[in-house]
Ligand binder design. Structure first.
Ligand code: AMP
Ligand code: MN
Ligand code: ZN
Length: 858
């Protein structure tokens, strides 16, 4: 202690008492406390402009820094204009996401993927049995430890949205015109022209190709040499050898789950004596040399169902095909009932092809022995099948060789196809929405759209299939539930896709934004939105063709021969409004579609407006009830002759009855109703007398029989007679009508069903038609995915990833429409986009109508 200090204290104490001293000190302390309370926190300091500005500046800098750091990792945070506490939460969540990613990346880099529960492994499962194929084992999907081959590609796959697919070739062997790849415009969509378009358009089969040959059966697989081609030298040797052949068989294997655009994983080539398996993953970027053979117009390339092989070859190998014979097209031209490769092998080679590996993970290296055996069998017999089909085509064709030429021309059309990247627009999610059969409000709709776009973006960036990023049923589930918490998002997914884990925050941000949307029922404006790809054309608007997608009344493809209540033109409404005396009250504007109606200024009569109006099934039902008595009469007027078998049955019945109780009047009357329909109309007096005199049924029937044999159709005015008998009991009338209607409708239904079945059958045994082409029309999958969605949306059964990827290949409802559209696209011309609007529109309405009929808006 210093002396001075002591003297100060002493001086202080000397002058005052302790009490006084304490008091003074306490006052000071209190003052300090008060002052410090006032001064506490930056609230006080921020009152000073200088301090405030500095704080704000620093704050902005920190927030921006954090946002930038996260943005760099593709995590979007909205830290500005957020409360401090929320900001803190967000940053924490962001950190979690980053750490999750780091974990996942480390695992991937070290070769063990943590999410083994998510990633499917090679497994043998029972494929569902269909009518004509017993259930069989198939190998499904990925082995969990396959590394993504893309990681080793020298040139990264370009998944960008903006840039159209650029043909890979830099040289053009076998050219008639020098290589020039032009950039073209299709609407607003840019694309690069087909490098061999000119050559294909000027290609004609060599006359020798149109002559019959002696079929050459290949040696069994065991006695045929098999060469793996994994190196450039081997490839060059192969090309050299193939150049000596006049025909070769080619097939491809493909994998789609773990890449955005899909990957060609194997190219099988068979000559008359040898089989080759080319590894396009190992030889990526070096396969264009194959063009020397594949575009050689003198060498026939035999493929089966090449629609996709052609695109895959372009995309992954830069290979084009000139002079192709597609055995699937041949099977179509020859009108074979079964057109799959397996069916052809069974028919021509007596080989029961083992399709177990069709959906296997073809990226696996080294390729397992059984995979190789499977793969080579797809091309091994193809040249022999070609020989046989070629002969049959020539035999069954005319002098101009119409059949075989047709096969070549169809094959050229396939070769002319251009690969294009999947296109995703702002309305792409609508297809998924439609097929989901759910009803969303604006919030859910917002979430669906944003999640859909997010999923596509992530898939492009990570080079994964959108279904790997987030399977459709989970996407729908999240959009529907709009979980408040991040945990809720995870709860919608079982198992949780890895990218959902790492991108959880983004998903959650989308959901939060969705929850902030204004709540509107979505239906009103979305009727038109729901027809996204189909622009509404003025013409259609004026004619009122697009009033309602459910209204099939004006669509040509609507089968007019099916007498259903839902078919206004032919049955109910047709009658309804052609009868001016009938008083029916139909809502002029259905609430649901009112807004669409309102801008269609129909000056026409009420009649026209009404017939085009949407009527809910209930409205139809009530209208029908009102009109039933009248309609029954009308229907009878138009009634066609009753089906012979039915008459016979009724005859028999009444013969029986007349034997037992010949006098019973009511039954006699009933018989009369039926019988009368078949008879020429008697004069009024005669009829009256008939009514009064007892009927001897046996005679009546004999008489009728005689007349029936000569005359099939009842006289028009018979309906009048029936009307006169309206006092008969309703049940009886119903009986007559029903039996009648049943036979008629039943017959037609059957016919229709057969048609459907036929189409489905074709599809079923036709790998190509149910192949991955649907990838291009993404939504189309949903038809088959739907069931799964509904099953697994409940979250109980874990979702089967194997199925998620390939659900499209399973025969499920809705295929009929799909196949039809596909067929039209396939054979309706060769343009790929910008096809006639009208036909699209029609198929669209048709398909929708079908689904909505059986739909879930019950
Ligand atoms: P393929 O020509 O029958 O060997 O089929 C070639 C590729 O198309 C296969 O590797 C699969 O990627 C795909 N594919 C064809 N049919 C099916 C199917 N039914 N299910 C799943 N993928 C298929
Ligand atoms: Mn194939
Ligand atoms: Zn194959």
């Amino acid at each position: 202690m210093k002396e001075g200090d002591e003297s100060d204290q002493e001086a202080f104490l000397r002058n005052r008492s302790l009490d006084e001293y304490v008091k003074t000190v306490m006052t000071h302390i209190r003052g300090c406390q008060k002052l410090s309370l006032e001064l506490q926190g930056w609230h006080h300091y921020s009152d000073y402009v200088g301090v405030r500005n500095t704080i704000q500046e620093v704050n902005t800098r920190i927030t921006n820094l954090i946002t930038n750091i996260f943005q760099h990792q593709d995590i979007k945070l909205k830290l500005t204009h957020t409360k401090l506490l929320d900001q803190f939460d967000m940053v924490r969540e962001g950190n979690d996401a980053l750490l999750e990613r780091i974990n996942s990346d480390i695992d991937e880099a070290s070769g063990l993927k943590k999410d083994t529960d998510f990633e499917p492994s090679v497994k043998v499962v029972q494929a569902p049995s269909s009518a004509n194929t017993p259930s069989k084992n198939v190998v499904l999907m990925a082995s969990r430890n396959v590394q993504k081959p893309q990681l080793f590609f020298k040139e990264k796959v370009d998944n960008s949205k903006k840039e159209p697919f650029i043909p890979m070739i830099t040289e053009k062997p076998n050219s008639l015109k020098p290589l020039s790849i032009l950039i073209c415009l299709d609407g607003t969509q840019e694309y690069y022209s087909h490098p061999y378009e000119y050559e294909l358009n000027h290609w004609m089969p060599d006359p020798a190709q149109l002559e019959k040959v002696k079929p050459r059966r290949p040696r069994p697989l065991g006695q045929t040499s098999l060469t793996m081609v994994t190196e450039v030298q081997q490839l060059e040797a192969l090309v050299k050898e193939l150049k000596t052949c006049s025909e070769i068989a080619v097939d491809l294997e493909h994998h789609a789950f773990r890449s955005y655009q899909g990957l060609t994983c194997l190219i099988q080539v068979s000559t008359r004596t040898k089989d080759y398996l080319i590894d396009p993953l190992a030889l990526r970027g070096q396969l264009t040399i194959l063009n020397e053979v594949f575009t050689n117009p003198k060498i026939t390339k035999v493929l089966h169902g090449a629609d996709f092989d052609i695109l895959w070859l372009q995309r992954d190998c830069g290979v084009y095909v000139v002079n192709m014979f597609d055995t699937h097209q041949a099977a179509i031209v020859l009108e074979y009932p079964h057109r799959s490769l397996a069916a052809l092998l069974s028919k021509f080679c007596d080989i029961q092809a083992n399709k177990v590996y069709q959906r296997a993970d073809w990226r696996i290296r080294p390729l397992p022995e059984d995979f190789m055996e499977y793969a080579r069998q797809d091309s091994h017999y193809l040249l022999y099948v070609y020989d046989l089909m070629r002969n049959e085509l020539i035999e069954r064709g005319n002098q101009l060789n119409n059949l075989i030429t047709a096969v070549y021309s169809r094959s050229v059309d396939i070769c002319l196809k251009r690969y294009e990247k999947p296109f995703i627009g702002p309305e792409s999610h609508m297809e998924l929405y439609r097929r989901s059969r759910r009803t969303f409000d604006t919030k859910q709709m917002y979430a669906l759209r944003e999640l859909y776009l997010w999923r596509d973006n992530v898939a492009r960036e990570q080079d994964e299939s959108p279904d790997y990023v987030l399977p459709k049923h989970m996407l729908l589930q999240i959009a529907e539930v709009l979980p408040k918490e991040m945990q809720g998002v995870l709860a919608c997914c079982n198992p949780i896709p890895p990218l959902v884990k790492t991108e959880l925050l983004t998903i959650h941000t989308i959901i939060r934004a969705a929850r902030e949307q204004k709540l509107l029922p979505v239906l009103e404006q979305s009727v038109e939105q729901q027809i996204p790809q189909v622009q509404l054309q003025m013409e259609e608007l004026n004619t009122g063709l697009v009033i309602s997608k459910h209204d099939l009344s004006t669509v040509d493809e609507n089968p007019t021969d099916l007498p259903t209540l839902l078919n206004p033109r032919e049955t109910l409404l047709g009658d309804l409004f052609s009868q001016p005396r009938v008083d029916v009250r139909v809502k002029l504007k259905s609430r649901m579609f009112g807004c669409v109606m309102s801008h269609l200024k129909h000056k026409d009569s009420l009649h026209r407006e009404i017939t085009k109006e949407f009527m809910s099934p209930y409205e139809r039902y009530t209208a029908y009830q009102d009109l039933k008595p009248h309609l029954d009469g009308e229907r009878k007027k138009r009634e066609e002759p009753v089906d012979e078998a039915h008459i016979a049955r009724v005859k028999e019945h009444f013969l029986c009855l007349s034997n037992n109780t010949p006098q019973e009047k009511s039954e006699a009357e009933e018989a009369n109703v039926v019988i009368k329909q078949k008879r020429p109309r008697p004069s009024k007096e005669k009829k009256k007398s008939e009514m009064n005199t007892p009927i001897v049924l046996g005679d009546e029937i004999k008489e009728m029989k005689a007349m029936n044999s000569g005359q099939k159709r009842a006289v028009d005015n018979e309906g009048e007679a029936v009307n006169g008998e309206n006092d008969e009991s309703p049940s009886k009338k119903l009986k007559t009508n029903k039996a009648d209607g049943d036979t008629k409708e039943g017959g037609k239904e059957k016919k229709d069903y057969r048609k459907v079945e036929d189409e489905e059958e074709k599809q079923e045994d036709d790998g190509r038609e149910k192949g991955e082409e649907e990838e291009e029309e993404e939504g189309a999958y949903m038809e088959s995915g739907e069931e799964e969605e509904e099953k697994s949306a409940a979250g109980s059964a874990p979702f089967d990833y194997d199925k998620a990827d390939y659900s499209i290949f399973e025969g499920k409802p809705g295929k009929k429409f799909k196949s039809k559209q596909k067929y039209q696209q396939k054979f309706g011309g060769k343009g790929q986009r910008g096809r006639g609007f009208k036909s699209n529109m029609k198929s669209f309405s048709f398909g929708r109508g079908n689904t909505s009929r059986g739909g879930s808006r019950r």
